[in-house]
Design a protein around this ligand. Sequence first.
Ligand code: ATR
Length: 288
Amino acid sequence: MRTIPGKITAHTGLLGVIGYPVEHSLSPLMHNAALQAQGLDMVYLAFSVQPFHLGAAIAGARALGVRGLNVTVPHKEAILGLLDGLDDLAARVGAVNTVVNEDGRLVGHNTDVVGFLEALETSVRGGASGRRFLVAGAGGAARAVVAGLCREGASQVWLYNRTEERSQALCRVARGWGPTECRVASAPMLREIATCVDVIVNATSVGMGETVKSTPIPVDIVDSRHVVFDLVYGPRPTALIAHARAQGAVAMDGKEMLLRQAASSYELWTGREAPVEVMRIAIESVGS
Ligand code: ATR
């Protein structure tokens, strides 16, 4: 059977996102809207993959000839050793959010870096250059954020994470990414650090789903001078976003970054320029 426009047939290619949890993901809405708008014979699904199943999921994707995957919490780093190759940026960052099936070889990429930087530009004129940041988190998302900040010449990055060994490890790597001064923050230092940073970024998973009322840092360190960028997105604002807005600070959730990284992933899979406005409408229809 040949491709029939708008129908799933034996030729239809499979794309998807793997994560745990993944039920909140807006990626299927965005990517299916884009594929349909461009008449491409592919579908995009969400797969809830527990950490102990990651190896089996990747082997399965390879065996089934899945065309491409997005990778989200908590697999962005764990997946590195399971792939057949990495592009330069993913290897340098040490995290993968996009997998491309290149003739049977699963190759990891990282479109979070460009997604983060493009989204940041929409709220911080001139972007990261010369600015000071407090970043919460030290997982795969935080690695992409810090790599982007170093690439764009942020002057200072303070890294705060629940597990300090991970922020120390990320800081050590980041010192090789450029002249940005990267330092580890401990909890008692946060209040003072907040007084001398311009932008506060949540790159933890705190605020997702059930944890919408939890915050990765004490919210009362945020004031009206700050720009707050919470990578989490969901139907309701996170407690961090809600508090920042109440203080009069500029605050953005993770939807813009989601959109920008998705557009880059789509381009890697399809070789086509992504219909960004179609994708934006698809996620805006869900509300925030
Ligand atoms: P990803 O690769 O998508 O970033 P991850 O590697 O699991 O996912 O990282 C999740 C981040 O959220 C980590 O910084 C994690 O902190 P730990 O390194 O201490 O695990 C952070 N995180 C997750 N749940 C948290 C919680 N309840 N409180 C504070 N930080 C949390």
